[in-house]
Design a protein around this ligand. Structure first.
Ligand SMILES: [Zn+2]
Length: 56
């Protein structure tokens, strides 16, 4: 279970874990982090956004 976010483990994920970050709108970025928004919704975001506080 180590290195879940690196290497070939990514390729098992839907769209190989790449997509558009819902927070910063960066395209084709790796979305690997779950962010809990202020109203309880979980978003999958890129690493730049994992610390952000979002209310969507
Ligand atoms: Zn982002």
């Amino acid at each position: 279970m180590s290195k879940n976010y690196r290497g070939k483990a990514l390729w098992k994920l839907p769209s190989r874990s790449r997509g558009t970050c819902p927070v910063c709108k960066a395209t084709r970025i790796k979305l690997l982090y779950t962010l809990l928004t202020e109203n309880g919704t979980k978003l999958t975001v890129c690493k730049r956004c994992q610390q952000k506080k979002v209310s969507i």
